[in-house]
Structure formats: structure tokens, C-alpha cells
Design a protein around this ligand. Sequence first.
Ligand code: FE2
Ligand code: FE2
Length: 263
Amino acid sequence: MKKQYRILAVGDVVGAEATDGVCRALGKLKQEWNIDLTIVNGENAAPGNGLDRSSAQRLLSAGADVLTSGNHIWQKREMEDYIGENPCILRPANYPDSAPGRGYVIHDSFGVRVLVMNLLGCVYMEPIASPFETAERILREQEGAYDLSVLDFHAEATAEKLALAFFLDGRVNVVFGTHTHVQTADARVLPGGTGYITDLGMCGPVDSVIGVKKECVIRKFRTRMPVRFETASGPLSLCGAIFTYDADARRVISAEPVSRSLR
Ligand SMILES: [Fe+2]
Ligand SMILES: [Fe+2]
């Protein structure tokens, strides 16, 4: 019986080329990093944005155990039906109950029941139910049904991410942020034993503004006129973090950021 488990969290996959790159690299990286459970944020994995059936299936076959998402989950209409068919694809749990799909799943990994949750931030984003209240509700409702818990908090504001992580410190084993597409340099273990990073960063084109062709974004900022955003191409990198959970100590003992060139 293993004593330590390694959880890999991979940041927002942006565009079709990055999806290809992650699918090609994931198996090998999991071996190299000795990974037991892999969570990938797939909210931008489809061509053009959002998540579609084929990109989701490819990421899952390539080695992702659970796909989390965020504010772009409904961009492709087909996800409205498909998300209900696959419990390993999550939409944020604080969407209204009438939205399709689920915001958490209990995944049996390495013989351990892992509760994986996905929540959306409220600051500088569309109005939605409180991530604080929703997290507490899920933990209360699922008490006893899981051994280990992980949260992808898809949010814009660093303060909101830190505040939620401290609120859940010691109650959720791993809290990582996604959505900004820029990796933060603050991976650490919080005092209560929660592994944390404010943002994993993205898997996408390096020569871009958070995945989008830089010319489009510069034009948008300079002119304030409508601009069609296109996904950039060129060299890709994968960003994420690895959290090591110690079963004896019942806490995360290390949180390390990772990044790797995909070609
Ligand atoms: Fe994203
Ligand atoms: Fe997002």
C-alpha cells in the first residue's frame, strides 16, 4: 500500500494545437513525474474556445482522470448534452442547479476516493452563487463519502482565490486556481496542510497573450473596438502543479509548480 500520492493539476488547455500537444505528452509526463491522479482544466480545449466532445474524449483517453472547466464551458452547444453523459467532466458547482452537468465527482483513484470539485469566482466575473457557501455545502453533503479532496477554483482575482484557499485550509487537501492562464509563483502548503497555488497557468502557445494572437489583443487594447480573437500558434508549453499527499500525515507535504515545453 502506497503512503504518498502525487496529484498532477494541468492548467487551462487553450486551442486545438495545445490539446494535441497535451495528449501527446501527458502519458510520458505522468510516468516521469510518478503521478497517481491527473486533473486537467479543459474549458478552452476545443478549437476556437470552450470544450467539445472530441477534445474532452481525447484528453481523457490521453490520461486525464477528471476534466474541470470554468466560464467557457457552455461555449460549444454540444457540451450541454454531453456533460450529463460523462461524470468525469465538471462544470463549476456554483452554477444554478438547473444548469446541466455536475460540479463535483468522487473519483476512485489509486484505491482512494477523491472528491474533485470545480467552482467559479465572483469577482470581476458574471454573478453566481458564493463559492464559499457552495464549497461548504458540498463538503457537508459528501462527508464520509471521500478520503481526499481537490478543488479547481476558476477565478480572476488573486485575493478571492487566496481567501477561499485559507477558508478551506485543512478541509480540502488541494486547492488550485485556474482561469488567468498565467502561472503564479506561490505554490506552497498552507498551515492546515492544504496544497495551494493561485494559478496553474495554461497549456498553450507561448508567443501569445493568454493564448490569443498578440496582435489581436494589442489592437483591442489600443482601439477599444471589437476584435475577433484568434488562438495563436507556434511553440507550446504545458503549465501546472504537482501536489504530494502523505497518507500517514493526512496532509499535502509538497506543492510544486511545473512547466514543460511541448515541442
Ligand atoms: Fe481559460
Ligand atoms: Fe476561464
